[in-house]
Design a protein around this ligand. Sequence first.
Ligand code: FAD
Length: 504
Amino acid sequence: MSNRQTKTDVILIGAGIMSATLGSLLKELVPDWKIKVFEKLATSGEESSNEWNNAGTGHAALCELNYTSEKQDGSIDISKAISINEQFQVSMQFWSYLVKSNLIQNPEDFIMPLPHMSLVQGETNVEFLKKRFQALSNNPLFQGMEFSEDHDKLMDWIPLIMKDRPANEPIAATKIDTGTDVNFGALTRMLFDHLKNNDVEINYQHSVDNIKRTSDGSWELKIRNLETGNVELHTAKFVFIGGGGGSLHLLQKTGIPESKHIGGFPVSGIFMVCNNPEVVEQHHAKVYGKAKVGAPPMSVPHLDTRFIDNKKSLLFGPFAGFSPKFLKNGSMMDLITSIKSDNLLTMLAAGAKEMALTKYLIQQVMLSKEQRMEELREFIPTAKSEDWDLVVAGQRVQVIKDTPSGKGTLQFGTEVITAADGSVAALLGASPGASTAVHVMLEVIKKCFPGQLKEWEPKIKEMIPSFGESLLKNPALLQEVKTSTSEVLGLAGKQQEEKVPELV
Ligand SMILES: Cc1cc2nc3c(=O)[nH]c(=O)nc-3n(C[C@H](O)[C@H](O)[C@H](O)COP(=O)(O)OP(=O)(O)OC[C@H]3O[C@@H](n4cnc5c(N)ncnc54)[C@H](O)[C@@H]3O)c2cc1C
């Protein structure tokens, strides 16, 4: 063991978008705090936050049908859509602050305007979409949304999807031009560059193997330098476990009561990527469909234009898959080693309850490329197998916990788990994920630093003018926020510039 033992104010575990965001917030709030980052891979943003490992949707509930459910009386519940949209506006404000303050540059390298669309087929679904449109389009957060079931109009919006469809097919879509494609990998790397230039010590190829409390209430981390094999001990007053899929194991190591009775279930993602530039050029939108029966919400199929490395790409998916690994670069033992005596019953209860999901995952794993192409042809009837390749995306670890609705309930959102004294926090779960990183990290700050919040509030408000307020209830602020973020992030002009080219 090396004798390098150092004390610091904050340790961030993992160099994904969550640690990047929390580090950047704290750096603005308390510039003189000493922050260290430990990441086991060779660079930042290589796991779920990487641009090829997620769908890059700036989730603002503009197109995702799972955020608007139909109530028993047939009306549409839009409360979740409102809350996701408000959370995305928080991210947009913080990113704008960073650009305006020159802490990061060139927003076009991480965010691009892109129409967000929902697409449904069949009369019942068309009726649902119409009702959903009526409920959302009157709401100021969703201003500008359009609906159409007219084939000519849809041909104009999504020629690749509409080509060669029967003229009498019931099909409808909504479209809103204020959607975005976000390169979370690029953003993560920019934020880590900014942190590195501002005195944050970033240690790559350092794996955190253990966490334990010290007698003075701090946390001592046992860290392995993967290059030299040396083991180091580092102590911090506050630790954020931003290990993505690796967070559950680390949280369990803390032994805090809040870490008990929680399990994780990994679901992997596979996308199809188009390798024919002529096809790529014929689509310009993120088009979300409806989830299949039994499918978990994160497996809603969508056809997405992406902007990666200054190049336009076209991705379809995600297909779900199963691997016992909790990280793409994880171990086959991850699932087994996450089962402890305190969460065994929780996991077993989930296993018994989630038979439909298990069946769905098994079916997805067994799909051949041609069967996947058939699913793609529900979107692009003319899709040719030779134009599409498979790419393996990131791992999501869905949280399983005991809730008032029963033991072993599978959760699809994100969960922030904190110690009662706020000295350690972990982020579990994956959805809506990176898009709401700023909102989620502000939750961590609220829970872990309640004593400092009053003093920090003016600075938080300077960075995020809507902090503590509802944009929905404050139309003037909403307008101001929308105008200024779209200008600063360079989205304003581009929304009109891009047009879908003529079909070849
Ligand atoms: C298929 C798929 C599609 C998605 N689509 C979207 C989308 O369209 N929009 C959206 O907003 N979100 C999306 N998400 C979710 C989003 O990608 C994640 O919520 C987000 O990237 C999580 O960031 P993170 O920083 O928590 O984790 P990660 O980016 O996974 O980073 C965790 C880091 O911790 C490191 N680490 C782990 N354990 C240790 C250890 N013991 N010691 C040191 N380092 C460690 C890992 O190596 C990794 O670098 C998607 C996710 C998936 C899988």
